[in-house]
Design a protein. Structure first.
Length: 388
């Protein structure tokens, strides 16, 4: 329902009326003036959505004879309108305010100097919507106090309508965990949501890197550098309680591998390789770890394989190991394979070199659940005694 007038006192062309956008009624006005010259014509436009609450988009700029549109755009919406327009944000809706500079042709629409605020979240950057040869929205943005869970839901919904490539530097929360200074590129289309060179700082002076699909299923390459892995895991266990604690005698961790989460909820870390501090020295290791959450009161299902270049067994480590194996209600149950190239014991004096007690240790075992009495069932164990 649109009315168009020409030759008015304030505009050569004035249009106004109603329309439907995304299932919502909207009112639109458009005024194009005439400067009496060959220069661009002044343009003013407004769009108001007739949803619950108030939502409005305004534009003021110019339109050239070559159809080049440029000017300033501003958008506002109260929390009621946001909840109506975006049901995913119903519980956390907040007033929305955005300003930007717009430049548009028949091939692309560009927004520069974007300043956006929604509740406590603030963001800035630019965006380019390319219309040819195929639609693509490219975004570069910095944002703070972002609810990353909600952001992922919104992007997942958008990607089915419009492919997005976003270079981001964000801080906020993810599943209740603080995230400060995460950066990387997200690629979203109707097939998947993928990360490229995503880097996420974590407590414990840790950096987690990831590249690969995130949705509909997470699967890709990961890296981790953690100065204090015990602190990192302690925080992650608030959301992933089935994660194991870090051994007391183990320190800095540097590792890489493949990570995936199955539809059944199994966290799978495969082809892991790296270095870990074991006491005063660092040792290389390889391994794999699969963890499947279990109902409350039952042991988490585990399938693990670890190979260490060398391991120094001191008394505190032995006591900790025996205490874990004698737990009448063990946290984990499942197959376990261990390989150690060189098994050592500490030297008799401080700073004295360790002594080799065995080489080529191989253990094939299973951690037993409470119903089976707990403990470790060893199927096979071999080693070469006396070093060499």
């Amino acid at each position: 329902n649109l009315s168009i007038f020409t030759g008015g006192p304030r505009a050569v062309i004035a249009a106004g009326g109603t329309m439907r956008i995304g299932g919502f009624d909207a009112a639109m006005t458009l005024d194009i003036d005439d400067t009496g010259s060959a220069g661009p014509a002044p343009v003013t436009a407004t769009l108001k959505l007739h949803s619950e609450g108030h939502a409005e988009l305004k534009f003021h700029g110019t339109l050239g004879h070559d159809s080049f549109l440029s000017g300033a755009v501003a958008a506002k919406a109260d929390k009621t309108a946001i909840a109506s327009l975006l049901p995913a944000l119903k519980e956390s809706a907040a007033p929305f305010d955005m300003t930007a500079s717009l430049a548009a042709t028949g091939q692309q629409v560009r927004l520069d100097d974007v300043a956006l605020q929604a509740g406590g979240m603030q963001a800035g950057g630019n965006a380019v919507l390319s219309l040819s040869p195929a639609p693509l929205l490219r975004v570069t943005a910095r944002a703070t106090r972002v609810d990353l869970d909600l952001a992922a839901i919104l992007v997942s919904g958008m990607r089915r309508q419009l492919p997005v490539a976003a270079a981001l530097d964000v801080s906020g929360t993810l599943s209740g965990l603080p995230v400060n200074g995460a950066h990387g590129t997200l690629l979203a289309d109707d097939a998947s949501l993928r990360a490229e060179q995503l880097s996420v700082p974590l407590p414990g002076q840790a950096i987690l890197g990831f590249s690969g699909p995130i949705s509909p299923a997470l699967s890709g390459h990961f890296t981790i550098e953690a100065q204090d892995p015990a602190a990192t895991l302690a925080l992650l266990r608030h959301q992933l309680p089935y994660l194991p604690a870090w051994p007391k005698d183990a320190g800095r961790l540097d590792a890489a591998g493949m990570a995936s989460v199955t539809r059944g909820g199994t966290l799978a870390l495969d082809d892991i390789a790296g270095h870990v501090a074991m006491g005063p020295a660092r040792t290389g290791f390889t391994g794999a770890l699969h963890l499947t959450p279990a109902p409350a009161g039952q042991a988490t299902r585990i399938a693990a394989r670890i190979g260490l270049d060398r391991l120094t067994l001191d008394r505190p480590m032995i006591r900790e190991l025996l205490a874990a194996l004698s737990d009448p209600a063990p946290r984990y149950a499942g197959p376990l394979q261990i390989a150690v190239g060189t098994l050592e014991k500490p030297g008799g004096q401080p700073n004295a070199p360790s002594h080799v007690i065995a080489t080529d240790l191989r253990i094939d075992a299973s951690l037993r659940d409470k119903a089976a009495g707990g403990g470790l069932h060893i199927r096979l164990a071999t080693m070469h005694m006396g070093g060499g």
